[in-house]
Ligand binder design. Sequence first.
Ligand code: FAD
Length: 292
Amino acid sequence: RPSRRSASQRPEVQLSFEFFPPKTDAMEARFWESIDRLAPLRPRFVSVTYGAGGSTRERTLRMVSQIKGRSGVDAAAHLTCVGSSKDDVNAVVEGYKEAGINRIVALRGDPPEGVGQPFTPHPEGYKSAADLVAGLRRIGDFDISVAAYPEMHPQSLDWDADIDNLKRKLDAGAQRAITQMFFDNADYLRYVERARKAGITAPIVPGIQPIHSFKQISGFAAKCGATIPDWFAERFEGLDDDPDTHALVASAVAAEQVMELLDEGVTQFHFYTLNRSNHVLALARLLGRRVS
Ligand code: FAD
């Protein structure tokens, strides 16, 4: 079991951390404080999300442009194509390029009505994430990540369609997939097996969501189609008014999740930080990565 080997005897893990663009000065202060605490873990990159339809266009660009200079860590900008023409999206990409950003997380995004609602491409827009990846390739030599869904994307007709779509995105020129949050490792492991059987060889990096607040995360999970298993929910039952126990249980379940994945041979992890550093610092340490 790799988790029981000393650091020098186990494979080195690669980490990436996802942030969202802060809205207020106080949130921005917390964003930078977390970047400062997490940068010494030497992540492969730190990514900043993009409001579908471009609602955070300026803020995403501003944050990603500053990360490298302030922390020395590579930054990846998320980008969605929903609701925008190709020209609009390409202009954002040119902005990233000018700011020296060469990593992009390429996504379709969801219509304003929410996930699960039918997606209608902009008449002059990219039609899917795969189409967007192909467009990015024409503009520059980007390192591209795409999304993957261990429980299947809510709009996929079946597993074959879901995995075919992932393959299309990777074949169009993406280097890796990062998964949606999931809480049962069996879902992720089965998904990777399906992808490998379909000939996908690129890394499928698990997206790990530490539970800062069970209530908040269950809301996010419901919106994006990630299941919270009963056994998982039961662990947090009755803890809404007991923040200390909630925090300890949250650390324990996240530790269990990443250590199990490490023992399954996973060596790349993407953490949804929600702009906080505490859980991630502890989890990285368990994975053998310390602040240097
Ligand atoms: P696609 O890969 O294009 O696929 C979506 C669905 O459409 C799939 O079911 C696929 O099978 C189907 N499909 C695709 N092409 C076709 C076709 N030609 N015909 C029929 N069906 C087709 N959202 C944001 O708004 N901002 C973010 O910053 C953001 N970051 C994310 C980061 C990660 C790691 C993940 C996992 C998700 C993120 N999302 C973000 C959410 C994402 O935008 C949604 O999940 C969205 O619903 C799908 O985007 P996609 O890139 O996976 O789309």
